[in-house]
Design a protein around this ligand. Structure first.
Ligand SMILES: Cc1ncc(C[n+]2csc(CCOP(=O)(O)OP(=O)(O)O)c2C)c(N)n1
Length: 576
């Protein structure tokens, strides 16, 4: 029994970290990604846990799996798309099984608050043949992560632990306990278990199928799955955030809440459906539960397909019960924009002037795809910019540029660069090195020389790395000089091979640039709006087309000054 020590006000991510710490986790590895980033950030605050940012999710998963095989309880965390990158190790680790407990905490982003898609991670559990745990609150994230480690060790399996934005970021008072120190398990040489050649993998697959049958039995009896019988006329089968919304909208209804949603407790579901007249399956995103329940021949009602897109909200529940379609909310949207003084801005002003085709990547700089900058033309997934350049350049005669951030280049851009050089691609790769992983909240990366737990470490030299990959030339430039960047890229585009231009200046959220703001010389200003085209939030054009500089947020970076062809934006000599 856990002895309750205290209460803490925690988000789902923080509660998960606290529960993992109490469960004796000794190692954690991750790559940042919203809404999962704070899991590792919280774990890094516990000195008993070695907590590391890896270069990408595949590596993070492999390192954490290695730690589990070594005998320490280990945690891997990432956002939903991060699991795509880590699928290779996950699929095979399910065959191997673990030594000490191994949990993969994955946070989905229904509604795409900060993601390129809204894939439903629950679908991975049957594909990878691993159990799936879904908490519906921070308290459950804290409680269930501890159960997840017991399941992992009892069944010799990695466990998938799925959160969504609302569970990961919601805060509540969580009852917590104490850390239970664990003895490390012995590291053993067991090639039949840890070397997945065909001769070993085949018998492991037989074992895995048997394990899944046993897990299906466990799912029928675990307290993670529970029935709350109230009204017999209406009931819901739910997991994750849907459980909260249904409780809020239909407090008298009967509930079957699935904390372990794969393998499903089909006998329990059958029993529930027998007792309750009208049973609805309510779930966010895919019809994961509905499909499996119906495939087992159990008649249930479910949401219309329109609810498979976007976030589920409490007010959707009555619509689902009435069999109606989702009504789209028409709220005004706030346009995201690069920060004032952002070092990425000038590169895109230069690229726009060059009128080249720009293969983009994922980071703050993806915002340059939006007008008025409108100077980034593709974006697929992390690291895709350079392979995209290669694919397009080989099949098109135009000049091609790829743009990629420092963290993304290290994540999965390096192999693309090697491949493009090897295959004799032409063009320019611009590495936007703002000395951080800005988009996800300024985490350090290997080019910074700082670990997740704040220790100094070696600094990866991006210029030397690009040279070693075979780049035809490597230049490092000050990204605040628009003309220099423009001239350099233009020159490199005329040359053979693939050149690398590193635009290097720190993210303004890390290092504040506070130079005096320029002022508008009303006599020279033509009210043409060219300066507003650099898309700086510190530049406002009023209804009379007068340019106003918001000195409260202007950093004095000077990009607007360089962009005005009439010299109407100028620095006050005395203020300098
Ligand atoms: C596979 C995957 N992992 C993580 C993320 C979350 N994410 C988006 S961009 C990014 C890195 C951004 O850093 P960088 O490339 O240095 O650009 P910056 O935001 O600093 O400009 C991360 C971690 C993602 N979208 N996809």
């Amino acid at each position: 029994m856990r002895s309750i020590q205290e209460k803490m006000f925690l988000s789902g991510n923080e509660a998960l970290a606290r529960g993992a710490w109490e469960a004796g986790v000794g190692f954690a590895s991750s790559y940042p990604g919203t809404p999962a980033t704070e899991i590792l950030e919280s774990l890094a605050g516990y000195p008993e846990i070695i907590s590391q940012w890896a270069v990408n999710e595949k590596v993070a998963c492999e390192v954490a799996f290695g730690a589990a095989v070594a005998g320490k309880r280990a945690l891997f965390s990432c956002k939903h798309v991060g699991l795509n990158v880590a699928m290779d190790p996950l699929m095979v680790s399910a065959y191997s099984g673990i030594n000490a407990g191994f949990v993969l905490a994955v946070a989905d982003d229904p509604g795409l608050h900060s993601s390129q898609n809204e894939q439903d991670t629950r679908q991975v559990a049957p594909y990878a043949k691993v159990p799936l745990i879904e908490p519906c609150s921070p308290q459950e994230a804290y409680d269930f992560i501890q159960t997840a480690y017991r399941i992992s060790e009892d069944f010799d399996t990695p466990v998938l632990f799925r959160l969504t934005t609302r569970i990961a970021h919601t805060k509540e008072t969580v009852k917590v306990g104490k850390r239970r120190p664990l003895k490390d398990r012995a590291l053993e040489k067991n090639p039949q278990k840890y070397v997945m050649i065909p001769a070993h993998a085949y018998p492991r697959h037989i074992l895995l199928e048997d394990k899944m049958r046993k897990l299906a039995g466990y799912s029928e009896t675990t307290p993670l799955n529970r029935v709350i019988l109230r009204e017999h006329s209406l009931g819901f089968i739910v997991s994750s955030a849907a459980a909260l919304y249904v409780r809020e909208m239909y407090p008298q209804a009967s509930l079957l809440i699935l904390g372990m949603s794969y393998p499903l407790p089909l006998a329990m579901i059958r029993g529930f459906v027998k007792k309750v007249k009208k049973v609805f399956v309510v779930e966010e995103l895919d019809h994961f539960l509905e499909e499996k329940i119906r495939a087992a021949g159990i008649a249930v009602r479910a949401k219309k397909p329109s609810f498979r897109v976007g976030e589920l909200r409490p007010e959707h529940i009555p619509l689902i019960v009435k069999g109606k379609d989702k009504q789209e909310q028409k709220l005004p949207k706030r346009r995201p924009v690069l920060c004032p003084g952002c070092p990425h801005r000038a590169a895109f002003v230069a690229l726009r002037a060059l009128k080249v085709f720009v293969c983009g990547d994922i980071g703050c700089y993806t915002l340059a795809a939006l007008p008025p900058l409108a100077s980034l033309h593709t974006q697929l997934c992390m690291g895709a910019s350079i392979p995209f350049l290669e694919g397009i350049q080989k099949n098109h005669s135009g000049k091609m540029v790829a743009v990629i951030g420092d963290s993304t280049f290290i994540h999965s851009g390096i192999t693309g660069l090697i491949s493009a050089v090897y295959n004799k691609a032409r063009g320019v790769v611009v590495i936007l090195d703002n000395r951080t992983t800005a988009m996800t909240g300024n985490q350090p990366n290997p080019a910074i020389g700082m670990t997740a737990q704040g220790e100094k470490t070696g600094e990866l030299d991006l210029a030397a790395l690009a040279r070693a990959c075979g780049a035809a030339s490597v230049d490092t430039v000050n990204p605040y000089e628009i003309k220099t960047i423009e001239t350099l890229i233009q020159r490199r585009l005329q040359e053979p091979g693939l050149s690398v231009v590193i635009c290097r200046a720190p993210c303004r959220l890390l290092e504040r640039l506070r130079k005096p703001s320029p002022r508008v010389n009303a006599e020279k200003c033509k009210r043409c709006g060219i300066c507003v085209g650099i898309d700086c939030p510190a530049l406002i054009r009023d209804e009379q087309k007068t340019i106003i500089i918001d000195s409260a947020i202007c950093t004095g970076c000077g990009i607007c000054v360089q962009s005005c062809p009439f010299g109407a934006l100028e620095y006050d000599e005395k203020a300098e």
